[in-house]
Design a protein around this ligand. Structure first.
Ligand code: ASP
Length: 310
């Protein structure tokens, strides 16, 4: 662990979910809306890194910006579960001493990512769920919202379509909208955060990979910070975020090669559709996905930030 400014340039990457995005159905105007939202989230995190704030502050700020934007499946704009309710989840991990916090089954907390951070910093636990998590949120003075705040017409329509197509099917082929961020700060510390509403029509009580440390989120100084998006059941079974770290730490793979192996080989073979964003200890960035698209953005100190969808 480095204790003072290592002089290494900061880096930040964000995602707004991976899935079956169809270029032909994405109008220029719609794409621009997403890109503007991604730029805003990137700018929120970048401003903090620039001013010397920690990678943890930066990933939290970037994820809050995405949670507050109804375009994405996290916070406001989360998808509906089978019963027509919203159950949100989030996690954070801070690389210096591998501290972590996670929350799930939230229906009233405006910014689940901040509650995950509060669990990490103000409780003796790593993971809180459901009513207990919301009681903790109230004690922490977290901002709470009525269910209607999170509901959007678009998500309700998606939910109705999924239910009407006979199906109690999970929207497995089409996960998208989960958000996440990874960062390396000027002191050389890594952090990761992920937040989601999960998958449309999921069973009540279902937890995905997002709040599972090692599956959806992982950060370890000197190694890597990872935030995943995709079909959570497969990402849990593949312990995806930690698998990337293991391939780097134990097998000596480069960040790029580790991500390639996990997303394009291992997850693909397993049947797990999705992607991840990762930053290595020297500021290397990888943004692999095995779906048709992943909303994403990235920036390194001294460079102009970029955003992309396909
Ligand atoms: N990984 C999330 C989940 O399974 C979904 C997503 O990334 O879109 O809950």
């Amino acid at each position: 662990m480095k204790n003072k400014d290592s002089g290494s340039p900061f880096a930040l990457a964000i995602h707004g979910g991976a899935g079956t995005l169809r270029p032909e159905r994405m109008t220029g105007e719609r794409a621009e809306k997403y890109k503007t939202a991604l730029r805003e989230a990137l700018a929120a995190g970048e401003a903090l890194l620039k001013s010397g704030k920690s990678a943890l502050d930066a990933v939290e700020a970037a994820v809050i910006a995405l949670e507050d934007n109804p375009l994405f499946n996290a916070g406001k704009g989360s998808v509906f579960n089978q019963d027509g309710n919203i159950e949100m989840e989030a996690s954070v991990m801070w690389g210096p001493i591998q501290e972590a916090g996670a929350v799930s089954l939230l229906s009233r907390v405006k910014n689940p990512v901040s509650l995950a951070r509060a669990v990490m910093e103000h409780s003796p636990h790593v993971m809180l769920t459901g009513m207990g998590a919301e009681d903790f949120a109230l004690k922490m003075g977290a901002e709470m919202k009525p269910p209607a705040y999170f509901h959007t017409t678009r998500r309700r329509n998606q939910w109705e379509r999924a239910r009407n197509s006979n199906t109690i099917h999970l929207d497995h082929d089409n996960p998208k909208g989960t958000v996440g961020a990874v960062a390396l700060d000027k002191k050389g510390h890594l952090a990761a955060a992920t937040s989601t509403g999960g998958m449309t029509c999921k069973l009540s009580g279902r937890m995905g990979d997002t709040p599972v440390i090692g599956a959806g989120t992982y950060a370890k100084d000197g190694c890597v910070a990872v935030s995943c998006t995709g079909h959570g059941e497969f990402f849990i079974r593949g312990i995806v975020a930690y698998d990337v770290a293991c391939l780097i730490e134990y097998a000596g793979l480069s960040l790029e090669a580790a991500c390639q192996r996990v997303i394009h080989e291992k997850q693909k073979t397993l049947g797990g559709m999705g992607g991840l964003i990762a930053i290595g200890s020297k500021g290397e960035i990888a943004l692999p996905f095995n779906t048709t698209g992943m909303y994403r953005g990235w920036v390194r100190e001294g460079e102009v930030g970029e955003v992309a969808i396909f």
